[in-house]
Design a protein around this ligand. Structure first.
Ligand code: NI
Length: 199
């Protein structure tokens, strides 16, 4: 059907572009897809150095060999963040003997308002096991980029604003590498089972 070598070359290039485009799309959209997809090739997450709710420096390697269940949000969030943090707390509670092997971590996407003090009050409402992290706008921007987090300031109203943001829980291994990630549309029982199978 195709006689010329040129035609095969064109077909090969089209195929390569299609595969490349698919991988690019997969890489960019992955955090929105959610739900327990293990990524072999795409690097998500990375080492970070932020400040915890007590104002102390906290790096991704400062978790004593434990897993981290990380969620990015902000303390002024009216709905999704509190729902997800409550889910994380309930999930960890249901992990039985694995409970102490995983630390729920909240990282703010709103460093302007989320000072260590604000975060301390916020995460305390969900349980003493939570670590809450903030940083300079530059530090937060870097972490967001590494975790492919989408976060954008919404319209200002009465001098206040909201953040539009992606909602994904990332399970990071003791080595600081991504193990899996999950969206919030699940139950504590279901998520606890999924997490236990990964520890
Ligand atoms: Ni939120």
């Amino acid at each position: 059907m195709f006689k010329s070598k040129e035609m095969w070359l064109v077909l090969a290039l089209v195929a390569a572009a299609a595969v490349g485009g698919f991988l690019w799309l997969k890489g960019n959209e992955m955090p929105q897809l959610g739900r327990n997809v293990v990524t072999g090739q795409i690097a998500v997450g990375g080492p970070y150095a932020l400040t915890d709710q007590d104002g102390k420096p906290r790096a991704s390697t400062d978790f004593g060999g434990k897993y981290q269940l990380i969620y990015f949000g902000y303390t002024f969030c009216p709905d999704v963040c509190p729902t997800t943090l409550a889910l994380m707390a309930a999930t960890v509670d249901k992990m039985g003997t694995d409970k102490d092997r995983i630390v729920p971590v909240f990282i703010t996407i709103d460093p302007e308002r989320d000072t260590p003090d604000a975060i301390k009050k916020y995460v305390a409402a969900f349980g003493p096991q939570f670590v809450g992290l903030t940083g300079t706008p530059d530090q937060i921007a870097k972490v967001e980029k590494e975790f492919r987090v989408y976060a954008k300031k919404g319209p200002v109203e009465n001098g206040s604003y909201a953040m539009d943001h992606s909602s994904v829980m990332y399970l990071m291994g003791p080595d600081g590498k991504l193990v899996s990630f999950y969206d919030e549309a699940t139950t504590p029982e279901d998520l606890a089972q999924q997490l236990k199978s990964k520890l």
